[in-house]
Design a protein around this ligand. Sequence first.
Ligand SMILES: [Zn+2]
Length: 201
Amino acid sequence: MGLLDIFKKSPASCDLPIIGVAESACPHCNTLLQRKPAKKTKCPQCGKFIYVRTRPQDQLKVLVTEQQADLLEEQWSIIKGTHEAYLAEKQKIQAERARLAKLFRAAPSENDIKWGLLGKGAMEHAVNGNWGFYRNARLQMAEVLRKESKLKQALSFYCWVCYLDLNGPRNTSGMKDQELLREFPPFHLKKDFLRLALSVG
Ligand SMILES: [Zn+2]
């Protein structure tokens, strides 16, 4: 079933407001743009960021502000039936934002929040024996560091991910049964141990 079919079958979608500019115009200042952008770009007139998203109601690519992009993400979650998970994630972000603001005595950056949540998530995955998810969180942390040009620190995280990959991490979902763990260990060294799952986006 395609997303449009899900939309048509979702009664909640009827009440959702139509968001975004379908034409080639800035959603902030309405200036006509020479070409409709295909990805996030800055408006040459007002200098604000323009985001490109798919609108659920008609599947059109529309130009939106950052706030509208969040609203569209929420609309999609309502249509796909994942609204509760969406709200829970938003709540987590808000709690981390408040925690860091108290700690720093200043507003944290989006990257600070992402970093904090990834670190917490990694710890939870480790406690639950989900070493595959742990590895994914560490890779995302490496990416945060790379994007902030903290290359030495990023390299150490990438090396850590390589080390984990070489040992074949698995998710054991908090399993404590020793017999099952012997059969399905949290790390399973593959014969082809030189093949790394690492791919840097
Ligand atoms: Zn503009």
